[in-house]
Design a protein around this ligand. Structure first.
Ligand SMILES: [Mn+2]
Length: 307
């Protein structure tokens, strides 16, 4: 469906919502078989624009944690049907499994609520923080999740993020924008939760970026950013013009790094900086903590096109 960003919601939205429920319906023959990339075609304006209109082409890819392939992992994401005017990722906090709670329930319901609010609630359509507020309030599952929501409107990307999902923007081979993770301590991110004591939309980091034609947005769960350096993201973006291929290539790079015990990943670098490392007697032999981080990996790539 093609809708210019200056005329959002001209028809009933049919959003693309992905969660483990849908991945369960896919046939998995092995860990390496993943959900096919999804592709939302570019918009083309059918009226004479008063100025150059821009819209997004969006590609997505999700690879579940190797031990969670059967259930589809605990990440969930959302791409609105109007060329990805709204994109979002939620990452269910895995610690809930220790309390016999499926961590995927909260993240999936949160994204389902994002989907219904974008389709139905006027005030939530244009403010990502208000969208997070509404989706969180409507979520009744037990659990918690980190979440990021971005909205593209009139050439401006508005972003709200709670926790350690992330977003990068690449322009002409350079990373020009990056979100920063919020955490209580190492490996414990800010999160939206069923419990009253945790974070809310008020804790979200809010950003706004003017986008130009050709810019690329990379949104993902920490499974991407803990395993792939920003420079690698830039390099994948410069070698893949197609957003679906780019999302798939990034997710597969993250997956490969995540299972490589020798790779000095962003995650292992961060861990060492925080004082986590191999025991002293291993350091004597020149050893250090390395390796990627096994996790669900969600990647959304959006490219700004003139309509
Ligand atoms: Mn994660």
């Amino acid at each position: 469906m093609a809708i210019s960003i200056f005329r959002p919601s001209v028809s009933r939205p049919h959003h693309f919502l992905y969660s483990a429920n849908s991945i369960n319906s896919q046939k998995f023959s092995s860990i390496s078989v993943t959900k096919k990339p999804s592709f939302l075609p570019c918009a083309s304006s059918d009226s004479a624009p008063t100025r150059q209109e821009v819209s997004l082409c969006v590609g997505t890819y999700l690879i579940p944690h190797p031990n969670k392939v059967e259930k589809g992992g605990e990440d969930a994401f959302f791409v609105s049907s109007d060329n990805g005017r709204v994109i979002a990722v939620a990452d269910g906090v895995s610690g809930w499994a220790e309390k016999n709670v499926d961590p995927a329930l909260f993240s999936r319901e949160l994204m389902a609520n994002v989907s219904s609010l974008v389709g139905n609630k006027e005030e939530a359509k244009y403010d990502p923080q208000i969208l997070i507020k509404g989706a969180h309030a409507a979520t009744s599952s037990i659990g918690s999740a980190t979440a990021i929501v971005a909205m593209f409107e009139n050439g401006i990307l508005k972003i709200a993020s709670v926790g350690d999902c992330g977003l990068r923007i690449v322009r002409k081979g350079q990373m020009i924008f990056s979100t920063f993770p919020q955490e209580h301590y190492f490996d414990c991110p800010y999160q939206l939760s069923s419990e009253a004591v945790t974070q809310t939309y008020l804790d979200a980091i809010i950003s706004s970026v003017d986008l130009k034609e050709g810019d690329t947005i990379i949104m993902g769960s920490d499974g991407l950013f803990d395993n792939v350096f920003d420079q690698e993201i830039v390099s994948v973006m410069t070698t893949h013009d197609n957003v679906s291929n780019a999302a798939k290539a990034l997710a597969e790079l993250a997956k490969n790094h995540s299972v490589d015990i020798k790779f000095d990943s962003p995650y292992s670098l961060e861990a060492r900086e925080r004082g986590f490392d191999v025991p002293w007697w291993k350091k004597v032999f020149g050893m250090k903590l390395t390796g990627g981080k096994l996790d669900d990996i969600t990647v959304i790539v959006g490219k700004v096109k003139s309509s």
